[in-house]
Design a protein around this ligand. Sequence first.
Ligand code: HEM
Length: 226
Amino acid sequence: MTDHTRKKIADSKLIAWLDERLRVKDYLVKAMDTPVKPWSRKWYYCFGGLTLTMFLLLVITGIILFQHYSPTTEGAAKSVAFIMGSVWMGWLIRGIHHWAANFMMILVVAHMLRVFLTGAYKKPREMNWVIGVILLLGTGTFFLTGYIMPWDQRGYELASAVYGSLKSLPLVGNWFAGLISSSTTLGNEALGFFFTLHTVVLPLTLFALLLFHFVMIRRQHIADPL
Ligand code: HEM
């Protein structure tokens, strides 16, 4: 951004109006004055921002899908068919949700590789790397629970595989399995568990972790290249 554009934004009527009420001008000027390091304009630095874009798309389309989806073994597949056939632009909303999820999974791995290969995980950014690993696990769980939602053949088999794998863990296995379902035949209880994870627990957790991720990046700035 040129000095002229920065000054034009800072001196605009809108910012003056907002500043009078919310005192935003100082923060805005500080944010706009943060220099963009030349190496961070390289193409392989785009993956973090693109992952965030996918996350935001997933939240928006997810809210619309949530309105029409029924989290019961009887109603899930029917509600998905209803979204595809009867909801205005439902096929498009579900399509965007599906592809954004797939792209987010690929992009988050690409972003992690970029951070690793440019050595950006080293001191003092270790904490952000650890937060990143939790974000990666969260994204993976998001992806997995999403495919369970339609409760079709694939969804049911995936839920059974997750249930079986967790149950076979030593010491904590039975406890985990009990959390998902009190009976070994998976039904409404299990679907409700995965639905709550997918629509409440994971979005809120990822949102909080991302906030922390970005505050740390603001504080530490993008790392110098190796
Ligand atoms: C939901 C997933 C994630 C999102 C939306 C996200 C977003 C971002 C963004 C926008 C940046 C700024 C620089 C850039 O764009 O490359 C960044 C930096 C960083 N991310 Fe992530 N990230 C995610 C997951 C991860 C993962 C899985 C790791 C590693 C395990 C990680 C570790 C880091 C580190 C260490 C930095 C600082 C890099 C530097 O200073 O050059 N992030 N992240």
